[in-house]
Design a protein around this ligand. Structure first.
Ligand code: FMN
Length: 347
């Protein structure tokens, strides 16, 4: 058993251990980027609950202070960090605080810590990626925010930007790199193939944008995300099933993972790990524990020795003509909902 209910602690090297971005993880449940990493006690609890890795909240280039980057050199030794040092008002700018947080978290947990970066200029991407790598991040997740708003900008231009950014960061650092993609790309498989050729290590499916819409000021002040719909998960599982048969990249899912069944379904569709955010924020960091215990129990009840045996069993690898199959499934789904609709409204 990977999970020891007696001690309440997760044992590594068990049935749930897996690989992601070339890193050995004790479980496939990864904490998605969120404010959870701003609190050290949460981070420790997440590790004790058994999560495989932690993605930190994003460092945004806009939050960088104006002074030259060298003014924000990281402190010399991790031991110098007082407990909760980053909860004090930033003395040396946000980047310094983020770097300090990263160093501190690295110091208190043994699981991999993945830093998340979101920049807007080529230099910002390169310099900050180097900073995070130097500070000991086990990997980087690039949160590339590309949203088509300008009618003069083509999809090809935007995608070229994504690839160029990735290229620059790949050349700048040697630690594993994952790209958190958005689903609004013209051909996702083609972009994933080009990213693979650049030499990144994984993709995270998908970024979910904050859907502010026409909101009042008060509404905007409430940090709103779109509510996590089941459709979020279904769409991501479909893409995992399409990509996993041929890509060598690590695959992570984020968006709509709320419980053990969602994690299992993601692995079956081809994910290496499942990231969970909203459910951990809502239920607290200890929620990871029952989720992982349920997965371990499910494996045991089905006589499956390891989570890795589940990987890819429900992807499109065995489907001879994927496009025809998807089209025919689409037609079947339309026909079924038409019948249901007719039946419900017959009187
Ligand atoms: C409060 C909150 C803060 C978030 N902050 C970040 C962030 O800093 N960087 C990032 O890439 N994603 C961020 N996300 C997105 C999550 O990492 C995740 O991709 C998204 O919430 C979908 O997963 P979920 O359905 O498990 O919540 C945030 C989400 C929430 C709810």
């Amino acid at each position: 058993m990977a999970y020891d209910n007696g001690s309440g602690e997760f044992k590594s090297g068990g049935a749930l251990s897996t690989q992601y971005l070339g890193l050995a993880l004790k479980s496939p449940l990864v904490v998605g980027a969120s404010p959870l990493t701003r609190d050290t006690s949460f981070v420790r609890r997440l590790e004790n609950a058994g999560v495989g890795a932690i993605v930190m909240h994003s460092l945004f280039e806009e939050d960088m202070p104006r002074e030259p980057m060298d003014a924000f050199a990281p402190p010399a030794a991790h031991d110098d960090f007082p407990e909760h040092c980053w909860t004090r008002p930033p003395q040396r700018g946000h980047a310094g605080t983020y770097l300090e947080t990263l160093a501190y978290i690295k110091n208190i947990v043994a699981i991999p810590v993945i830093a998340s970066l979101n920049c807007r200029t080529p230099d910002g991407w390169v310099q900050l990626a180097r900073r995070l790598a130097d500070q000991g991040a086990d990997a980087l997740e690039l949160n590339v925010f590309l949203m088509a708003m300008d009618p003069n900008q083509t999809g090809a231009e935007m995608e070229r930007q994504l690839l160029e950014t990735t290229h620059r960061v790949r050349d700048a650092v040697t630690i594993p790199l994952a790209i958190k993609l958005n689903p609004y790309l013209s051909s996702l498989p083609n972009i994933v193939r080009q990213l693979e050729q650049i030499g990144i290590n994984g993709v995270v499916l998908f970024n979910r944008f904050f859907q502010l819409g026409p909101a009042t000021t008060i509404e905007r002040e409430m940090f709103r995300t779109s509510s996590p719909h089941r459709a979020d998960l279904a769409m991501r599982l479909d893409w995992l099933a399409v990509l996993s048969p041929w890509t060598r990249l690590s695959l992570a899912i984020t968006g709509g993972v709320h419980g053990s069944t969602d994690v299992v379904r993601a692995i079956m569709a081809g994910a290496d790990v499942a990231q969970m955010t909203t459910s951990l924020l809502e239920n607290g960091p200890d929620y990871a524990q029952p989720v992982l215990a349920e997965i371990a129990l499910w494996l045991q009840n089905h006589n499956i020795g390891s989570i890795n045996e589940l990987r890819d069993v429900a992807n499109m690898a065995t489907v001879a003509k994927p496009q025809e199959t998807v089209r025919s499934e689409y037609r079947d789904a339309i026909a079924a909902s038409a019948m249901r609709f007719t039946a419900e409204h017959r009187y």
